[in-house]
Design a protein around this ligand. Structure first.
Ligand code: SF4
Ligand code: SF4
Length: 336
């Protein structure tokens, strides 16, 4: 890993150049990652908590057409859609969001490549920013990441003072990205940025992820699931806010008898109809079963399949839950 030094003003000049070239720039706002129109909107605030939603919808839109169709008398004409990825630069991604695309990439390239996701994801440049704040919902350290983690970032910023950043070059993509801007870079000294990162307070580790994995394997029928199911409203806010939840549904929308389109829409495993079969049978007919699925998927099944926890510890699902269901508490207390 190479480290360089860049003045904040020069970093903003890079952002300005990207805007003038037509690239999409995203940066964390309060509610969501906002699309930057003017560089004055770029704050680079290490103490901001994660926005209410992540930037996943820019790679995995809430709703998108997969194809259009026209029915003739004796045939159906399919009009394919070719997704053209455009450069998207995430400026100051929270470390708990930076890894989201690479975690979801396992699913979207597993048994079949979802080109709608990969065409967009490969055009992302993620510039992570050290995080210096957490609240009672954060638990990144319990799932193997941290406020200074570079996982998922192509470049990673660490403020050295108000006007200067260390910029760590994490990936080859990040290296290529910086090549036109070498005039703004000075050689850095990793020891200086390490002194800053060592002072960052981390959320205490709340649970042992391997013990949680074991517990889930032995407690499919635990009464705890019913206790949670009795409270949960099945609203799926938790899934929609989550940077790595990726359930979707595919439906055909007829405009008329002769034409329509096939849509891919976000879905959520907490919805009662999510596993409803055409026969009317629903294997997850109770909210207790649906919440059990959510936790098992994140902390056991995804680990079995891809060796990764499907959670970055961002705490969004708990911050936004209308009935204060707190995933960190549930997982931390599962054995009690
Ligand atoms: S946000 Fe809360 S109430 Fe809504 S589905 Fe998730 S856990 Fe249940
Ligand atoms: S499950 Fe909750 S804490 Fe984990 S990544 Fe999703 S929103 Fe964040």
């Amino acid at each position: 890993m190479t480290e360089k030094i860049i003045l904040k003003d020069d970093f903003l000049k890079i952002c300005s150049d990207l805007l003038s070239k037509g690239d999409t720039l995203l940066a964390p706002g309060q509610a969501e990652y906002i699309r930057i129109k003017d560089i004055s909107e770029i704050i680079l605030n290490t103490s901001a908590l994660p926005p209410k939603t992540s930037f996943k919808s820019y790679a995995f839109p809430r709703s998108e057409p997969l194809l259009y169709y026209k029915r003739g008398k004796n045939d159906v004409q399919i009009i394919d859609i070719n997704v053209e990825g455009k450069n998207i630069v995430v400026i100051g991604a929270k470390p708990c969001d930076a890894e989201s695309l690479s975690i979801m990439n396992h699913l979207f390239t597993w048994d079949y490549e979802d080109e709608f996701f990969t065409a967009r994801a490969k055009h992302f440049i993620v510039i992570g920013l050290m995080c210096s704040n957490f609240d009672e919902y954060c638990f990144c350290t319990s799932v193997g990441t941290s406020p200074v983690s570079e996982k998922g970032s192509d470049l990673f910023l660490i403020p050295l003072d108000e006007n200067t950043f260390a910029i760590r070059i994490v990936t080859e993509k990040g290296n290529e990205f910086l090549k036109p801007y070498t005039e703004f870079l000075k050689d850095g000294n990793e020891q200086n940025s390490a002194m800053i990162t060592k002072k960052v307070k981390f959320p205490e580790i709340a649970f042992d992820k391997d013990e949680v994995y074991e517990w889930l394997g032995n407690n499919f029928e635990s009464p705890k699931w019913e206790n949670i199911g009795n409270v949960c409203l099945s609203c799926a806010q938790c899934a929609f806010a989550c940077p790595v939840c990726h359930c979707f549904d595919i439906v055909d929308e007829d405009y008329s008898y002769s034409e329509g389109r096939r849509m891919k829409n976000w879905d959520g495993c907490q919805f009662g109809h999510f596993t409803l079969h055409a026969s009317g049978h629903n294997p997850r007919d109770l909210q207790s079963k649906r919440y059990r699925q959510r936790i098992n998927h994140k902390f056991r099944y995804y680990v079995d399949r891809f060796g990764k926890i499907l959670c970055t510890g961002c705490g969004r699902c708990s911050r936004g839950c209308p009935v204060s269901i707190n995933i960190k508490e549930i997982v931390s207390n599962c054995k009690d």
